[in-house]
Design a binder for this molecule. Structure first.
Ligand SMILES: [Zn+2]
Length: 274
């Protein structure tokens, strides 16, 4: 039997995607780092410049991190665009949407000195225009605000939905189901904002989830971009009864009759005749 795997022969991948670049990210990134989890952080570069803040329904003041505060905070994690100013994209023209996305990408790349190739939409509006603008701005994926509630990772990268929002009551059963599933290339992807961890007292629960991921040898923490790139390459794999060919530019991993097999770009694996 040939089973497709994530890098290092892992069966499952895990990602946490948090938005807005807020004060609680400092504690949250420290938590992820303690357990070797790779996060994806969607930032609004212009709101960081303004040290924007707003009042949550619980009365808590939600503060954006300043540019100085974030410069090294997200080292080892993915930084993705969330537009310049977090607008409702339904109120914007096509040109304004392109500016909100493209200029945010450019500023984040300049600020952090690295590539920004992911986009997460602010609020809930994601129509055909937004879809095309994400592509036009050179992003490799665009995340909408819908949720799949499953572990199935094959999606249109430009109309990508995460598995679950961290405040949903089903979070525990969703995570339990992920550790129990034997679905091929299963993915657990949780979306949220770190201020909710204070507002809903979720810190302990998130730490438990991170600990479970770290302790499970079959789960690989990845950034959203790493997942999209790996699956894009895996889609090209040519699998037959007699073997596998990897025409992509990325090393791909499989389990063949229980053995872990890594195929380098251009490499072919012939299954031994029994
Ligand atoms: Zn947001």
């Amino acid at each position: 039997m040939i089973i497709r795997c994530y890098p290092n022969g892992k069966s499952k991948a895990f990602n946490i995607t948090y938005d807005d670049g807020i004060l609680q990210d400092v504690r949250f990134v420290a938590l992820l780092n303690r357990y070797g989890i790779k996060g994806t952080f969607n930032l609004n570069s212009q709101l960081m410049e303004q040290e924007f803040e707003w009042v949550h329904e619980t009365g808590m003041v939600v503060k954006r991190l300043s540019i100085e505060a974030v410069r090294h905070l997200y080292d080892g994690h993915e930084i993705a665009s969330h537009t310049l100013t977090h607008p409702y994209l339904s109120t914007k023209t096509r040109e304004e949407i392109l500016w909100e996305m493209g200029e945010d990408k450019r500023r984040l790349e300049e600020l952090f000195g690295r590539e920004v190739a992911g986009f997460g939409v602010p609020f809930h509006f994601y129509d055909e225009t937004v879809y095309q603008c994400v592509k036009e701005c050179g992003f490799e994926y665009g995340r909408n605000s819908e949720l799949t509630h499953n572990y199935f990772p094959w999606q249109d990268p430009y109309f990508w939905s995460c598995g679950i929002f961290h405040l949903e009551p089903e979070l525990d059963s969703f995570v339990d189901g992920f550790f129990a599933t034997d679905e091929e290339l299963a993915l657990c992807q949780i979306v949220g904002h770190s201020y909710d961890l204070d507002a809903a007292q979720l810190w302990e629960k998130m730490e438990q989830i991170c600990r479970r991921v770290a302790e499970d040898e079959d789960v690989l923490p990845m950034t959203h971009l790493q997942i999209v790139r790996y699956l894009r390459a895996m889609k090209q794999a040519q699998i037959t009864d007699s073997g596998i060919y990897n025409p992509s530019v990325t090393p791909l991993w499989f389990r063949v009759d229980g053995e872990v097999v890594r195929l380098l770009p251009g490499e072919r694996y012939e299954r031994s005749k029994q």
